[in-house]
Structure formats: structure tokens, C-alpha cells
Write a protein that binds this ligand. Structure first.
Ligand SMILES: C[S@@+](CC[C@H](N)C(=O)[O-])C[C@H]1O[C@@H](n2cnc3c(N)ncnc32)[C@H](O)[C@@H]1O
Length: 222
């Protein structure tokens, strides 16, 4: 998969791309990520990318030209363009799964007061990370790219994905590791029994119990 991220703050992605699972996916060439500073596409002499809003009001709005010109250059037939915006559809695991099937994703990270509305004419999907306002689209882009990347084949173990929270509309089961007892807190004996069928059944029951307690809304979702 190829992912292009259009941002005015490319340095924010440094640590993100050089650690952990994402780094491994990049090293294995399962994923290609290009961080593109769209200021470079400003046709203005001073590389200005924003301006005051027509009609007045606070803050600065991102101008059309840099985004249009950049997309003219990088968009191919497979490209799927995502605008990060608080008024978009809320991102979730189902969306991550759908997006993980695409060949080429382009994320547009806004800043200041956000994008000139006409940029939306280039966009396939508007996504929000949640009902709050962040300074820019960089943190949402990182969160979404992380969630999408780990679903790509051979990035992480398929078994780890099977029982993960939100797969099959359930939360994950509780996990324990060594030691068996810590400060009087014990590991449930069934997990030490070696009976894999019973362990599987116990975990499924725990997933259902936890989801009913914490996120009953998931159970009724299609
Ligand atoms: C300060 S915000 C603009 C907020 C906008 N004026 C509003 O009230 O909806 C600047 C940029 O951050 C990004 N952003 C902020 N919050 C976000 C969220 N919850 N989800 C996705 N992107 C967000 C968007 O790219 C947005 O263009």
C-alpha cells in the first residue's frame, strides 16, 4: 500500500515512521509512506499557504492552490483522498478495515481554521478522529495510518487480530502473564489448565461479558 500524507509540519512524523510495527512494515516494503510538505506547491513567491477568510472572522484558512497543484501531481487511478476534519465521519475499526483494502491513500492534514471549502471537491472521504478539535490533522493522520497499517497482510500476526477489540463487534478478552500470583492477585485458574477448548470458551464468554458491561452499543451494531 502507498500512503501520501500532505502536511505543513513534516517533522512531526519523524518518530512515528522510525519505530515499532510501522517501521517494520516500511522496512519490509509492505507499506510506502510519503510525507509531503504542501507548502512546496504554493505558487506564491513567499510560499504562503493560508489567507484571511472571505466575509471576515477569526484565523487563517488554507488556500486551494497548494492542495490542488499537489494532487494534480501525485494522484493516480488508485488514489483515495481523505480530508482530516472535525466535521467528518468518525473514524473507527470498520473504517480502518475498509481503508486497509485500498492501494493508495492520500491524507490531507489541515491547520489553522482548516481548508477552503472548495478543496472538498477533490476528496473521497472526510474523516474525524472524534468530537474534539486538534491543532492540526497530523495526530489524526498518525492514528489512522497506524490503525490501517497493522491490518495489512504480514504486518502483525493474524491470530492477534482475531480477538482484538472491535473485531466482530466485541472487545478483547482480559490477558494475563507471569507471575501466576502477584501481591495476592491471581491469574484465573482456567488459563493455567492447558485445556485449549475450555480456554477458548472462557475467553469468548469474557469478551461478551466485557462488551455488555462497557460497550453495549457494539453488540447491537450490524
Ligand atoms: C484547528 S482545526 C480547524 C477546526 C475548524 N475550524 C472547526 O471548528 O471545525 C485545524 C485542522 O486540524 C485538523 N483536525 C482538528 N481536529 C480534528 C479531528 N477531530 N479530526 C480530524 N482532524 C482534525 C483538521 O485537519 C483541521 O483542518
Amino acid at each position: 500500500m502507498r500512503i501520501d500524507i500532505l502536511t505543513l509540519f513534516p517533522n512531526m512524523f519523524q518518530g512515528f515512521l522510525t519505530e515499532s510495527i510501522l517501521k517494520r512494515a516500511l522496512d519490509k516494503k509492505i507499506l510506502e509512506i510519503n510525507i509531503i510538505d504542501f507548502r512546496e506547491y504554493s505558487p506564491l513567491n513567499n510560499k504562503q499557504v493560508d489567507d484571511t477568510p472571505y466575509g471576515g472572522g477569526a484565523g487563517m484558512v488554507l488556500r486551494c492552490e497548494p492542495i490542488f497543484l499537489c494532487l494534480d501531481e501525485i494522484k493516480d487511478d488508485d488514489a483515495y483522498v481523505i480530508m482530516l476534519t472535525p466535521d467528518g465521519k468518525t473514524f473507527n475499526q470498520k473504517e480502518a478495515t475498509v481503508l486497509s483494502q485500498k492501494k493508495h491513500l492520500i491524507f490531507l492534514c489541515g491547520h489553522y481554521e482548516g481548508f477552503d471549502e472548495r478543496i472538498k471537491s477533490l476528496v473521497d472521504l472526510e474523516l474525524s478522529l472524534g468530537d474534539f478539535v486538534l491543532t492540526g490533522g497530523e495526530v489524526p493522520a498518525m492514528a489512522m495510518v497506524d490503525a490501517i497499517s497493522r491490518l495489512l497482510p504480514d504486518v502483525i500476526n493474524d491470530e492477534s487480530l482475531e480477538s482484538e477489540s472491535f473485531t466482530n463487534n466485541l472487545l478483547d478478552y482480559p490477558n494475563y502473564t507471569k507471575p501466576k500470583v502477584y501481591r495476592g492477585l491471581e491469574v484465573p485458574p482456567i488459563l493455567l489448565s492447558g485445556n485449549h477448548a475450555k480456554i477458548k470458551e472462557y475467553r469468548m464468554q469474557e469478551q461478551i461479558k466485557k462488551t455488555k458491561e462497557k460497550r453495549p452499543d457494539l453488540i447491537t451494531k450490524e
